[in-house]
Each structure stands twice: as structure tokens, then as C-alpha cells.
Design a protein around this ligand. Sequence first.
Ligand code: GUN
Length: 285
Amino acid sequence: MTARIIDGKALATKIRHEVAQRVLALQAQSIQPGLTVVLVGDDPASHVYVRNKALACEAAGFKSDVLRLSSDTSETDLLALIHQLNQDDTVHGILVQLPLPAHLDQHKVIETIAADKDVDGFHVSNAGLLMTGQPLFRPCTPYGVMKMLESEQVELRGAEAVVVGASNIVGKPMAMLLLAAGATVTLCNSKTRDLAAQTRRADVLVVATGRPGIVTGDMIKPGAVVIDVGINRNSDGKLCGDVEFDSAAAVAGAITPVPGGVGPMTIAMLLVNTLEAAERRLQQP
Ligand code: GUN
């Protein structure tokens, strides 16, 4: 193995420590950052993610609430709850865990969250601000990836960046952030004709498809920086990413592991976004 391992867990710990320090400064001015997470239904993975988010909030000194709603919650009731949270001054960030049960319109739910409390950065006005170069909240996972690249001192200006996966949550905002940092960006999707031809050009390769092993070592340019956003379980029940780690690590210059790579960074950046929402509140008259 030749690649340097990018330790997302260590960087996330450092960021969470910095957040906790800034929380103390806010508390001295009688503000405690508050995040409310809304979880609808019984998806087991979502329950684990939400519990980890709540634990991280509490460790950083936030006020943390998790509202667990049954899977048959009506859209009217969910939207009414979000309106109520929009009005609540002790709530600085609102996060509705996705995916939602099929009878709920995800787009409508996200658009109901006040844009200045949308710490996921999924609201169309936050997506538009990101696209036009004036981001308010950057979506947590791509934001975490940018922090990892920054801490590894990866030169993005003029670099060839290839993003595999074009979701609203990761791929599209990831492409926007890399573009804003001066990279030449290629955004691949499930219809991309020759994926390997694209990935082999990448100085920086970000993979976010949810398909284990979609990228293998022979698809990677020697020395490239490889960021694996996937969190999957293999046939033995072990966590694995979208990149075949062993073959990729033999070629790449640096690579993120799964677990311990991007995952912890997503939570750290959720704390940063919520903290900044609370800090902005202080600046309002
Ligand atoms: N489900 C998977 N990832 C995310 C995320 O970053 N935010 C929300 N709200 N739901 C998710």
C-alpha cells in the first residue's frame, strides 16, 4: 500500500473541539446553539445516524432535540411542526432526516424549513446561494470533504476533479464547491458511458454513489487523492465504501478509509453550520 490515509476521525475531533470552544463564547452571551432533528418512521440506519448527531450536539454543548414521529405521520402535521420550529427562537438549526416515508413530499418538506435554519443546506435558496458563489450553509458532507482536502493541502486550483454520483445531497453541491475552489470539474452519473475514462483523469476523485466497489484501483490515476463518501455493508456485514480500498490504496497518493473517513466529518460540519446559525442570530439587531 502506498497511499497516505486521510484521517477524517482525527480532523472531525479537532473541529468538534473548536466548535465546543466557540459554544462557550456564545454561552457567555446567553446563547446556546440549538439543533432539532426530525425523524419520521423506522429506518434503522436513520435512527443510528440521528442518535450520533444528537450525541455530538450534546458533547459540543448544544441544546439538542430529536423529535421521533411515527411512519404514518401526515404531511399536514409534519409541515405544521416545521412551521412551529421556524418560529422557535431557541432552535437555530432544523434537520429533517432523509429519506422520508414515500407518502411525504420530500421537496415540499425541505422548502418549508426556514432557509436560515436549514443547516443541511438543502433548501433551494441555499442551493442557489451555493451555485452563485455566496453560500449561507454548505451541505455537510461536501463541506466536510472540502475541509479534508484543505487539511491535506491539496491544490485545487487548476486540478482535474471528478465527482462520481450526482445527488442533491452530495454530488451536485460537491461539484459546486470544487468549482468555486478553482478545479476543473467533471460530474459523472449512472448513465456515464465510460466511467473509468473519466476517473482516470482525476487528480481529485470523489465517489458518492452508494454502490460498493464501483471504483477500483485500475480506474485511479497514480498519486490521485481519493475521497470515498460511500457507507455500505458488504456480504459479511462489514462497513465498506464505494471504492475498493486495497486496490485503490496501492495506486492513490492519499485516500479516505471507511469507516473513519468522510462519515465523522459530516457530523462535525453539521455542528459548524448550527453554531454559525446561532452566531448569526447574535449579529441580528
Ligand atoms: N440522510 C442521509 N444523509 C443525510 C443528511 O446529510 N441530511 C439529512 N437530513 N438526511 C440525510
